[in-house]
Design a protein around this ligand. Structure first.
Ligand SMILES: C[S@@+](CC[C@H](N)C(=O)[O-])C[C@H]1O[C@@H](n2cnc3c(N)ncnc32)[C@H](O)[C@@H]1O
Length: 326
């Protein structure tokens, strides 16, 4: 049953988030009748949604026919940007309407247009589009950074360059954790614009340098003894990844460190997060793919890196980590 109900559950979750149900229960439990005018739903329809919320363990039944936030619902509300991240799945679900056509490459996917400049190949992008994208990414970055920095210590790094680092969320997490590393951000010009304010907000402006360009066409800046690629490789085809890793190799001094962090396929042991969710998500993105740690390690080795190894993370559905040495 779980297999076929999963998609319906996702749609119910979308409705709960879209209508702000969790938010409306933040202060106190309410009945379906109380909520119905707030949600713009007939009472019996509101009850259907609330019951689904309970079944999904986001809500719980309280006394007097009321519905309250369950621990999972409260946790969801507590993660910044998670609501927006859930809402953007409308786009993915439309692309998945005919999964066979998607697999055959016959769908002109909306998701590819939703993240239009991810690939740096589509020309300039409107600032508001860049901002929406960057907000979604940087808000979800907090959890990814937390998981990544649990797996690796960057305390001894002299200068960390985060390539495809968006608006500097990962570097800010590194800077707040360790006082030592200088921070260098490299991303497309329309994206890095948001980084100045972020570094200033975290008191990191003096340690941070912002460089813009495209790793497709520009050489990577020199001067860093460690390079991170967080949620970058899975957006791109193998040929782009191979060229990027060669660039990273050339930009690092001997002994320099490479850190790759992104959701990965389970490889020989497929996982629902990596081999269902992220595999189909990147399929709909159309230019990249979700690779296993072994595949990423091979690409690193081919680019000239040594000491390549995967480091297990506690929450692989958020991210997995591969490190290597120049
Ligand atoms: C999926 S986002 C990840 C952002 C950030 N590392 C994070 O995890 O939140 C991919 C990033 O790669 C950047 N990117 C894509 N193509 C690029 C290119 N050709 N040159 C530089 N950056 C690029 C995008 O602008 C975006 O910030």
């Amino acid at each position: 049953m779980g297999l076929v109900s999963g998609f319906v559950g996702s749609q119910a979750l979308l409705a709960l988030v879209e209508l702000g149900v969790l938010d409306r229960l933040r202060d106190r439990p309410r009945t379906a009748g109380e909520l119905s005018p707030m949600l713009g739903l007939a009472p019996d329809r509101a009850a259907i949604l609330l019951q689904a919320g309970v079944a999904l363990q986001l809500l719980r039944r309280a006394r007097g026919g009321r519905y309250a936030l369950a621990r999972r619902g409260a946790a969801l509300l507590g993660v910044p940007g998670l609501g927006a991240m859930i809402r953007h799945h409308h786009v993915l679900y439309r692309d998945l309407t005919d999964p066979v056509a998607l697999l055959r490459g016959e769908v002109d996917t909306e998701l590819a247009r939703f993240w239009p400049y991810v690939f740096g190949a589509a020309g300039p992008v409107a600032p508001e589009v860049a901002a929406t994208y960057s907000d979604l990414m940087s808000e979800s970055q907090e959890l990814v950074a937390e998981e990544t920095l649990r797996a690796v210590s960057l305390a001894e790094v002299g200068c960390l360059m985060d390539v495809g680092g968006g608006t500097g969320a990962f570097l800010s997490a590194v800077g707040r954790r360790w006082a030592g590393p200088r921070l260098m951000l490299f991303d497309l010009p329309e994206v890095v614009a948001g980084a100045t304010a972020r570094f200033a907000r975290h008191g990191l402006a003096a340690r941070a340098e912002i460089r813009s360009g495209s790793f497709r066409t520009d050489p990577l800046p020199r001067g860093a003894d460690a390079i991170s690629l967080v949620r970058v490789l899975y957006d791109h085809a193998d040929s782009t990844v191979a060229a990027l890793l060669s660039q990273a190799h050339a930009a690092l001094p001997p002994g320099g460190r490479l850190l790759i962090s992104e959701p990965m396929s389970g490889g020989a042991r497929p996982t629902v997060a990596g081999d269902v969710y992220f595999a189909f998500y990147t399929l709909a993105m159309r230019t990249g793919r979700c690779r296993s740690a072994a595949e990423i390690a091979q690409l690193c080795t081919d680019a000239g890196f040594s000491g390549v190894r995967a480091i297990p993370t506690a929450r692989p559905f958020l991210t997995s980590v591969v490190v290597a040495t120049r």
